[in-house]
Design a protein around this ligand. Sequence first.
Ligand code: PLP
Length: 481
Amino acid sequence: MKLEGRLSKDNINPHLLDIEYAVRGPLLQRAEQIQRELDKGVKKPFTKVIYANVGDCHALGQKPITFIRQVLSLVSDPECIASSAAPEDVKQRARELLADCTSGSVGSYSPPAGLRIVRRRGAEYLRKRDGGVPADVDDILLGAGATDLIRAVFQLINCPVDGKPPAVMVPVPQYPVFSGLLAELGVRRVDYQLSEDAGWALDPRELRRSWLAHAGDHALRAIVIINPGNPTGQVLSRENIEEVVRFAYEHGLLILADEVYQENIVCKPFHSFKKVMHEMGEPYASMDLCSLLTLSKGWSAECGLRAALAELRVCRDVSAVLGRARAVAQCPPVLGQCALDCVLRPPAPSEPSYAQFSQERSQIHRTLCARAAAAHAAFNDIPGYSCNTIDGAMFAFPRVEIPARAQAAAASLGHTPDEFYCLRLLEATGICVVPGSGFGQAAGSFHFRTTILHERDTFHHMLREFRRFHLMFREEFADEE
Ligand SMILES: Cc1ncc(COP(=O)(O)O)c(C=O)c1O
């Protein structure tokens, strides 16, 4: 190959250069370096790095749900079904899933939209969740994680309208999968600010402001709503959802309802966009909607198996095009689909696996509620911190006052104030969090995101360390008298 033909940063897809994903950004790189130093015996004020940057429950020590793993074990090794000591409902589930797999093997491709049995169970899950609102199996699309499905939707709307380039409305703060995928596709992101003072609610006036500011030179195609919120942890009220729906209707926007944390509810009822739209009646009930659920979150938290479900309510011509486009990638991982099936149809009270399943699921839920309450109380007790209640998801996103001298020190090093704060936190305590700027935050406000699902002792140690560090930091950078 001629040297001048080689790939360089100057001749590759420029959109990829624009992608930023702070959840695995420079803070994490430094954290991994520190851990390597510790492994070599370098002395630090702590003995190990505590990773609080990713919402990956299994990585933080959560045990897998036994029912899911038993089903996976039998579908992977069907010859063991007859002799297995697993409960009868596990065997039955494995047989049902295998009957829907081509030639009875999870090693064969499934249809591109996913196994029919899992999609049917998806429709049934949604129907039950929404108190009987019908769900059509033909609207159910499985993917290799919610990320895969979000990318598919963005690809679908990536089309100029009336000569204007497409754009998507995204909350601030947002989970950076949205900014990352939009950057990858070269679709413009149009921010709308969530209202921290109103518990991270969506303010319809802010939606209108943002729309007016950008609709002149962009074709706004969709609005993303993350409910429960990541990183912000709010659960939207029904009224607030109705306001968003009316706004989206008025402006002809597809609603992309990222509801992946719908099984991670601490307090406040979860209302799905689909149900609210249905109850609002026409014309809202038949608007374009894509809502998401993933195996990576909720009580299953099987992030590594890569499976998720979208209910995509658009006209059949459009879903047919998407269906053809998705066929190019063959199918989502079939083992992941089998695990997702267990989430969509968990053991029923009459079945032998129920007692253990229900005990495991309750334990996970109790832990989430206890951590959310403890984090909220601890952060609001630190001078200079404030934190909204954590209604759902698995993160705290406290706001932190950063003294002017610290902000100046950050600027002199080319860091944002919150990056500087998080780096200093990491160096002093070994705790790796994500600076608020990685998600977006109102100008002049500083935050960080921490996951709250570590095992009990580690979690309480973290809370004590946040406080100890912040008091030290404030003293070091206190304004001079
Ligand atoms: C709000 C939100 N949406 C989507 C995703 C992507 O999840 P998945 O692992 O299913 O791709 C995440 C992952 O953390 C998330 O927090």
